[in-house]
Structure formats: structure tokens, C-alpha cells
Design a protein around this ligand. Structure first.
Ligand code: ADP
Ligand code: MG
Length: 663
């Protein structure tokens, strides 16, 4: 038998990218920028960084590789550290950085990170001096941050001739990327793919979870082993339902062969995520139920069958609500094709689409709409302004977002005090950008400082930045609900979170305490980490570390930070948003709901959209507190009109520029 290092070496040599290694290295040596296209699984993400290190590129700086997804950054770094020079420890030569989590060290030469991290780093290091190579991986995903990085890097490469930029894409339409950098060469890694038979559903399927479960069981009964199944769902909820239904159905079969059912989504614990890469035990069939993370970001070997729900969740700006919301949307045709391709990596495969061929043609867009054209831009606008970009409409976007979106975001930031009336960054705006947070949450920290409760504000922000701390295990909903109620601070969910944190600290952060109260110990530890990191920034900024036990002061800070997300009571349990006029309810998990409190005015952290709009994380406020922030609300109404005029002028200007370019 082979030892692990030997088998890893053999696997590495069998990847398609290995056969073109020399050609690739030549192209990279001869060009500053290049685009590399290759099928999912060809080895782009895990091998390129290592080849570059072998070639000596790490001598002049770090080899950085960006990922649109946190899960991918962590998982790939883990894998590459195992491969690196016969095996190394994660966090040494190979490491990763994602928001609030840094596993790199002085020794790190290959660094995987989310695209958002690199963008933030460019604030403090505009020339990205630490890097000798930057790989923008998964560029076809067109994530918001990758798209912005394109524009930032175009500037950096003109000033730093020694920096190599490599763009990788799993799809062929890479010419746009190449042209953006002025005719960069495109290198195609020869693929080794097998034919995939694709079957459409004959009639529309009502419930794609039921459809997928039925299809998976059919395959499992009829098809010989080996041959694993990959099911594409949209998110944690339908993935969990699918897994449960599969387990239940398989349990009811007579003489079934065993099935290994594995979920994968971004909030899943890292050790469970890693399981999807392990081969199924002898005699088992593996079924992986995934979000579109398995479309191109993560490659799972041994898949012969794909079942495609035909849907995905997309973060989309909702103009009516004035904010982003996750929307269930039909996947695009190119997504559907990527998904079916996952069945043909190791041999001929089959793909079962849970939608009709006419839905494919009439309801699915040919490609995804880039995130930059469909989401809230306030964070990006703040970053670009901080980077010194004067006119955002002149920034070299790969695909510019609608001018109105930029203006709306500017308006929102102006309301928070980040811009002056001329659209220049204020001192406050500059300070907001220093925190790796949504501008609204940074604002809560500044308001906390003002109202003498900065430390409490930091805790609340940390608690809002981690996955839900309240657990609600299946079958024990009643116990966990009453456990949660014990923490309720009647007038505020924000204070309830603070209360949980304080009680956890008082209990010595004990695991048994968490279990007893149905609190997620993992989320709590994460919150403590986030809190520490925010406090570091607070200290380096020289902010006054004020603290109070007067909860009204904290509520006041919350009211003045979220005044633009305020709602007035309209009826029983019904509120009307002061700014947008949208009617919304209290979310059933809210302390206010639970204690039957129905105050006249509230502010909220976010809206959740299901059949109805619900405010989640709510605090009761005194209308006088809102009135203090009120002049801004009043000005907003006026600026709203002015904003519309400005948008019109800018649209005309853009049309003129486009005309000139056509000439
Ligand atoms: P690409 O980026 O071109 O899609 P990758 O470099 O991600 O390809 O994958 C190359 C190979 O490495 C695939 O066969 C994949 O299954 C394997 N691989 C990647 N991550 C892991 C992991 N964590 N454990 C085991 N194998 C992995
Ligand atoms: Mg990849």
C-alpha cells in the first residue's frame, strides 16, 4: 500500500492541469496578465499556486488566490496544505484568511482568501505590495467583490510591472476578462470530460425536494455501484429537508443498500464539510446534497448522477424594501449546464433535471446577472471612495452597475453621515470603512461611543455577525423555545443578544451551560473572537471604551444608529416602515413578540421575507430619540427629490459618453 504522501503525489499528477504545466508556466512568465480556462476539477485552484511556488514566485512575495466563497477558501487551503511539499500544517506555508478568521502566519507563501479580504487589504496597501502573484479564481462567478477587484487591479498592474495577475474561469466566455486587461492571452486547459445524458422532466414538478428524493431513490435502487449522486438544492433549509426525507425513505425500503447522505452548505461545520471529499465505504452509495457551491467551487470525485432542482438563491436588491434580500430564482442555463457537467468527470454520467425543457428555454436566463448589477452597493461605494476614487461613474467596472444603484447607496451613506453634501467622504465615513462591517453596523459602534456604551455596542455587533446563537433542535422545539424566553429583555432583541453574551461570560463560557440553555457554543466562541478583533480596531482608532449598565442608553444608541430603519405601529402586531411605507410584522422569534409587547415605535436590524415581511432583531424606541435623528429623515425627503434629479443628469451624461464611444 502507498503512504498518503505517495498517493497524493499520484493524484496530483493525474490532474489535467499537470499535463500542461510547462506551457502554463511559460505563458505566465512571458505575460503580466493571463486568463486560464479549465473544466471544474482540472486542478486550477489547488495546483496553480503550488506550481508558482515551485517556480520561485514566492521569493518576491505571497502568492494570493481569491475565492468568492468562504467555504471554498477554507477547504482548498486545507487540501493544499496537505499536498504542499509532501504535507504541511495548515496555517504555516499555506493558509487562508476570511473575514474575522486568519490562519496565516509569517511563513505563509500561499494564501487563499475571500475576494472581500483582498479588497479590504487594498485599503491599507493600495499597491498590494505583499503579493507577487494574485490569482482571481472563479471569476466566472462574477461576485460583487471580484468584479470590483478587476477595476482595482487594472490600476495596480500599470503601476507595478512585477505583479502577475492570473484570472481563472470554469467557463469559456473568458474573452471579456481578457479584453478588460487589453487582450491578455487566454490559455485553455484541455478537458477530459465524458458525455452526460440529460433528462428533462416531462411535466413541471411542484415540489423539487420531493422530486429530488424520489429520483435519488430510483437511481439508488436501479443503478449499479459505484456511482455517487449529487443533488443541487438552494440552501440550508431545503438541503436539510432533503437529507431527512432521503434517510426516512431509505429506512422504509426492504433490503436497501446503504446510503451515505452528506449535506454541504456554507454554515455547515468545517469537519462535516470535509466529509464530502471522502470516498464512500465499500458497498455504500454517497449522496451529496449541495448548494451551488458544488457547481464549480468544490469538486467532488466519483459523481455519476446529478439531480438538479433548477433553482438557486440570489442576493438581490429589492427597491420596494430598499435593501437586499435572498430570493429564490430559477438557475441560469449556464448554471444548469455546469451542474450537469459534474456528472461526467470520471466517466459517462446522467443528469436529471427537475424542470421541463420548455422551462429551460423560456424561464431561465442564459447566464447569471452579475452580483454588482443586482445588490446593494453601499459597502463597495464606501470602499472605493476610501480608495480615492473620485467619480464612481468613471470607475472601470467590468459591467457597470446602474447609476441609480450607486446614487441610492451614496444617499444611504450620506444619511449615515459618511458623505458630505458634495459626495466627499467625511471623517466619520473614513472611520466607518476601517471596520470590516456593513456601514450600518460600523455606525452602531460610533453611536455607542457617543452614548457611553461602546463596549456593549461591540458585543451586540459581534453577536449579529455570527450564525444564530439560539438552537432549535428538531423534536425539541418547545424546550428550546422556553429556554430562549429566559433570556428575553422585553423591549429589545439587541439587548437580548447582549444579555446572552453577558450570562455566558458570567458562566465561564462553559459548554454544559450552553447545552443546558440551547445556546450554540460554537457561535458564542465565534462572537467572542469577533468581539476581540473589533476591540483591536477600536483601540487602534483610539475610541473611548465606554461602558454602561443602563440599558436605556444602549437602546438610545441603537435608535440613533438604525433611525432610518424605523417603523410605527399600525395595528395589532403590525408595523409600517416610516421611510418606505412597507407594512411588516414582528418576527415570531422576537423578544417583543414573545413577551406580547407592542410598542409604538421600533427600529430593526433586518427584514426577512417569506410570505410576508417580518422585522427581525427589533428594539422598542422612544419617538423622541428618533426625532433627534429626525432632521436627517426630513432632509432625506428633500434629497430624495434632488437625488432623482442628479440620477437623471448622470444618466444623460453616461448616455453621451456611450454615444461617443460608439462613434
Ligand atoms: P478546479 O479548481 O480546476 O475546479 P481543483 O483544484 O479544485 O480544480 O480540484 C482538483 C482536484 O482536487 C479534484 O479532483 C478535487 O476533487 C480534489 N480536491 C480538492 N479539494 C479537496 C479536498 N479538500 N479533499 C480531497 N480532494 C480535494
Ligand atoms: Mg476551482
Amino acid at each position: 500500500t502507498l503512504n498518503t504522501a505517495e498517493s497524493v503525489a499520484i493524484t496530483r499528477r493525474s490532474l489535467p492541469v499537470y499535463s500542461v504545466k510547462n506551457q502554463l508556466m511559460n505563458i505566465i512568465r512571458e505575460h503580466q496578465i493571463c486568463v486560464i480556462v479549465g473544466e471544474t476539477g482540472s486542478g486550477k485552484t489547488t495546483q496553480l499556486t503550488q506550481y508558482l511556488e515551485e517556480e520561485g514566485y514566492a521569493r518576491f512575495g505571497i502568492i494570493g488566490c481569491t475565492q468568492p466563497r468562504r467555504v471554498a477558501a477554507v477547504s482548498v487551503a486545507q487540501r493544499v496544505s496537505e499536498e504542499f511539499h509532501g504535507g504541511s500544517e495548515l496555517g504555516q506555508q499555506v493558509g487562508y484568511t476570511i473575514r474575522f478568521e486568519d490562519s496565516t502566519s509569517e511563513k505563509t507563501v500561499i494564501k487563499y482568501m475571500t475576494d472581500g479580504i483582498l479588497l479590504r487589504e487594498s485599503l491599507g496597501d493600495p499597491e498590494l505590495e505583499r503579493y507577487s502573484v494574485i490569482i482571481m479564481d472563479e471569476a466566472h462567478e462574477r461576485s460583487l467583490n471580484t468584479d470590483v477587484l478587476f477595476g482595482v487591479l487594472r490600476g495596480v498592474v500599470t503601476r507595478r510591472q512585477d505583479l502577475k495577475v492570473i484570472i481563472t474561469s470554469a467557463t469559456l466566455n473568458a474573452e471579456k476578462f481578457a479584453n478588460f486587461f487589453g487582450a491578455a492571452p487566454i490559455f485553455k486547459i484541455p478537458g477530459r470530460t465524458f458525455p452526460v445524458d440529460t433528462f428533462f422532466s416531462k411535466t413541471p414538478i411542484e415540489d423539487y425536494v420531493d422530486g429530488a428524493v424520489w429520483q435519488a431513490i430510483q437511481i439508488h435502487i436501479q443503478a449499479p455501484l459505484p456511482g455517487d449522486i449529487l443533488i443541487f438544492m438552494t440552501g440550508q433549509e431545503d438541503i436539510e429537508t432533503t437529507c431527512e426525507a432521503l434517510a426516512e425513505k431509505i429506512g422504509r425500503l426492504e433490503k436497501p443498500r446503504p446510503l451515505l447522505i452528506l449535506p454541504i452548505y456554507s454554515q455547515l461545520a468545517a469537519d462535516l464539510q470535509a466529509k464530502i471529499f471522502e470516498p464512500a465505504p465499500e458497498g455504500y452509495r454517497k449522496v451529496v446534497v449541495a448548494t451551488n457551491i458544488a457547481e464549480t467551487s468544490l469538486t467532488i470525485n466519483g459523481i455519476h448522477y446529478v439531480i438538479d432542482s433548477g433553482y438557486c438563491k440570489l442576493k438581490t436588491y429589492n427597491p420596494r424594501l430598499g435593501m437586499d434580500a435572498l430570493l429564490l430564482c430559477p438557475a441560469s442555463q449556464s448554471s444548469a449546464n455546469q451542474r450537469s457537467g459534474r456528472a461526467g468527470r470520471t466517466g459517462p454520467g446522467k443528469c436529471y433535471r427537475l424542470f421541463t425543457s420548455s422551462a429551460y428555454v423560456t424561464e431561465m436566463l442564459d447566464t447569471n446577472v452579475p452580483e454588482i448589477q443586482r445588490t446593494n452597493l453601499s459597502h463597495v461605494v464606501l470602499l472605493l471612495k476610501t480608495l480615492g476614487v473620485k467619480d464612481l461613474l468613471d470607475f472601470p467596472f467590468l459591467d457597470p452597475p446602474p447609476a441609480e444603484n450607486i446614487l441610492k447607496s451614496m444617499l444611504g451613506l450620506w444619511l449615515l453621515g459618511a458623505f458630505d453634501l458634495d459626495g466627499n467622504l467625511t471623517k466619520l465615513g473614513r472611520r466607518m470603512a476601517i471596520f470590516p462591517l456593513d456601514p450600518a453596523l460600523s455606525n452602531l459602534l460610533f453611536r455607542g461611543e457617543e452614548f457611553g456604551c461602546l463596549l456593549e455596542a461591540v458585543t451586540i455587533v459581534a453577536m449579529l455577525s455570527v450564525p444564530n446563537v439560539f438552537m432549535r433542535p428538531h423534536g425539541r422545539e418547545d424546550e428550546s423555545d422556553s429556554a430562549r424566553e429566559k433570556f428575553f429583555v422585553p423591549e429589545s432583541d439587541h439587548l437580548t443578544l447582549l444579555h446572552v453574551y453577558q450570562r455566558w461570560r458570567a458562566a465561564g463560557c462553559r459548554t454544559d451551560w450552553c447545552a443546558k440553555h440551547y445556546i450554540s457554543g460554537k457561535s458564542m466562541r465565534k462572537a467572542r473572537e469577533v468581539r476581540e478583533q473589533l476591540l483591536e480596531i477600536v483601540r487602534s482608532e483610539g475610541m473611548a471604551e465606554t461602558s454602561t449598565d443602563e440599558w436605556d442608553s444602549i437602546r438610545r444608541a441603537i435608535a440613533s444608529a438604525f433611525f432610518y430603519q424605523a417603523a410605527r405601529r399600525k395595528g395589532i402586531g403590525e408595523y409600517i416602515n416610516i421611510r418606505s411605507g412597507v407594512v411588516c410584522g414582528l418576527h415570531p422569534t422576537s423578544a417583543l413578540y414573545g413577551t406580547g409587547l407592542s410598542p409604538d415605535y421600533v427600529v430593526y436590524h433586518e427584514l426577512i421575507m417569506t410570505r410576508k415581511e417580518y422585522m427581525s432583531c427589533v428594539t422598542a424606541v422612544d419617538p423622541h430619540w428618533l426625532a433627534e435623528a429626525g432632521p436627517a429623515l426630513y432632509i432625506l425627503k428633500q434629497a430624495g427629490e434632488e437625488g432623482v434629479q442628479a440620477a437623471k443628469r448622470l444618466r444623460e451624461r453616461r448616455a453621451k459618453i456611450e454615444d461617443q464611444m460608439r462613434l
